[in-house]
Design a protein around this ligand. Sequence first.
Ligand code: PEP
Ligand code: MN
Length: 339
Amino acid sequence: MIVQIDKQLSAPEIQKTIDKIKSLGYTITQVTTQQAYYLVCHGKNEIDIRFIGALSGVKDVHVVSDSYKLVSRKWKVATSQVDLGNNIIIGDGSCSIIAGPCAIESEEQVLSIVKHLVENNIKIMRGGVFKPRSSPYTFRGMGIEGLKMFHNICNQYGIRIITEIMEIEQIESMYDYVDIFQVGARNSQNFNLLDVLGKVDKPVLLKRGISGTIDELLHSAEYIFSSGNEKLMLCERGIRTFENAYRNTFDINAIPLLKEKTHLPIIADPSHGIGIREFVPAIALASIIAGADGLIYEVHENPEEAVSDGRQTLNFSESGSLLKKISAHTAIMQNSTYN
Ligand code: PEP
Ligand code: MN
């Protein structure tokens, strides 16, 4: 059960309401987010909620039987929106596009990609400066100086930045230069990091773990939300299966299922999802049809020379052609006879 409490209620009044709910056999976690104050109550699912609704300061009550509660669609029917300012909103029903290189490499590289994004009206750029690499001998990112350069350029063009955070200690130094913190697949269950990101007032994109189940992803999201951060999005990026004909198996099933289970926006990553450049557009389009709120994909002026993930990275002409197809699909899907 989720009980939303009026933030203005006095501490003694809150305590009275808490004691009353506890006396009914519930354990309570108090959650204060940027937007609201909730009591997340675990216990029986069958209760006459009129009784709870009548307690002092109670604004809203929802019975949520899922073990993850705050991210469940059972209490919040509308998709949550993540507002990045200047009318850049994820989860508003349009397909948000995030594009950029796997890794930030140089000023020239960032400038060339920014130019491509501006030409195509893309407002959010991805690019890692701390790269989790399978081998310690490969490029591990430009670090904080690279992030400052990335931010400086994007800032001039009104482009928002998403970049991966790998550990708690990086948050403070990255904070001023990041619009969305990306939690990568390898950190999807780093609960200490998730807890701390819950206390940060910046949006988070949480990726599914390499072998993560949907249930695990939703519970990881619950860590962030219940620590206080409602500005949250999930990302399907493919999972490891027995199939090795491609890098990962993009789980298209996850998209409609997640849309049904959670109110959080769902972003598809077709680049890591299949890992083969030629097929990225097909998976991107399939994701949109499956109901994704947005896409994050890798693009580079010259993917053959990219320092990481070139094999799954689109060049500008491939990216431009994908964007044209996305617009055509969006137009069809907005046609009421299609729906
Ligand atoms: C990335 O987005 O560059 C990345 C490393 O992704 P993932 O965490 O999904 O492997
Ligand atoms: Mn990558």
